[in-house]
Design a protein around this ligand. Structure first.
Ligand code: ADP
Ligand code: MG
Length: 266
């Protein structure tokens, strides 16, 4: 089971869209995909027609167990989606109280990775959708994954958010004593705007080593897909945005393999 997290300490940069798009492409190929919504806003949960305000069971329930997560709990949280190969552990509004509940207490950092271990034989891929803030759920996502995807909107202010995300990652790497491989993905690229072109140029000079060289273009089909509650590749497999995510997926699959080989060689 491969676990990838999508995170950035900034909202509106395409995290949830990236999760849904990559999941759809994997699921279309017959991979069994699990999505975990770690954002109290519950956009991913809403995307597939579940209401974060009325759900009584959610990913939050996992965090009520600091030490051992009870057997079968993760499985009890699984919801269906519009895609037969994608299942979802939803977020609920209760997730917003997580920071307060766990404040000053240790032992919550590996709740998610222990829970995912229970589902190891049911899924081929897990994609984690993170909230735009550094807290218990983002720390759990970074601890549970083998690969991090950082979507960055191609505009000036978003580059500041990227710096923050990378210093967070440095901190996490120090505590896990191993570097988490990551890929920066330029998103919402609009070739007609100077802001997009400038941001892409900055990314290519400053972050070349961990940057996916292409970009995800602005494409209104993403909004149409979210309104319809289906993955973008099901709505329109040939859409520009879908083709871009297809190329990104190929890149990430190859990179994951190379990184794994490197780890075994070390
Ligand atoms: P995040 O999860 O980082 O907050 P979202 O993926 O929810 O960001 O995207 C924010 C908004 O931008 C959503 O309405 C989404 O449909 C839209 N969006 C995301 N990526 C694109 C894109 N490449 N082209 C057009 N709209 C996009
Ligand atoms: Mg989101």
């Amino acid at each position: 089971m491969r676990v990838w997290a999508v995170a950035n300490q900034k909202g509106g940069v395409g995290k949830t869209t990236s999760v849904v798009s990559l999941a759809g492409l994997l699921a279309d190929q017959g991979q069994r995909v699990l999505l975990v919504d770690l954002d109290p806003h519950g956009s991913l949960t809403s995307y597939f027609g579940h209401d974060p305000d009325s759900l009584t069971l959610s990913v939050f329930n996992l965090f009520q167990h600091a030490g051992q997560v009870p057997d079968g709990l993760a499985e009890a949280l699984l919801l269906d989606t519009s895609h037969e190969n994608i299942r979802l552990i939803p977020a609920s509004t209760a997730l917003a109280t997580l920071e307060r509940q766990t404040a000053g207490q240790g032992g919550y950092g590996l709740v998610l990775s222990k829970s995912l271990a229970q589902l190891n034989d049911q899924f081929d891929f897990v994609l984690l959708d993170s909230p735009p803030l550094l807290g218990v759920s983002m720390i759990n996502a970074l601890a549970a994954c083998e690969q991090l995807v950082i979507p960055v909107q191609t505009e000036h202010l978003a580059l500041k958010g990227l710096e923050r995300m990378i210093s967070t990652l440095d901190m996490i790497n120090r505590s896990r004593q191993q570097d988490l491989p990551y890929t920066i993905v330029p998103t919402l690229f609009d070739r007609r705007t100077q802001a997009s072109l400038n941001a892409l140029r900055v990314l290519r000079t400053k972050y070349a080593a961990n940057l996916w060289q292409a970009f995800i273009p602005v494409d209104t089909k993403f909004r149409d897909a979210s309104l319809a509650g289906v993955v973008p590749s099901r709505l329109e497999p040939g859409a520009r945005g879908v083709l871009a995510y297809r190329a990104l997926l190929r890149y990430l699959l190859a990179k994951t393999l190379i990184d794994a080989q490197q780890r075994t060689a070390e």
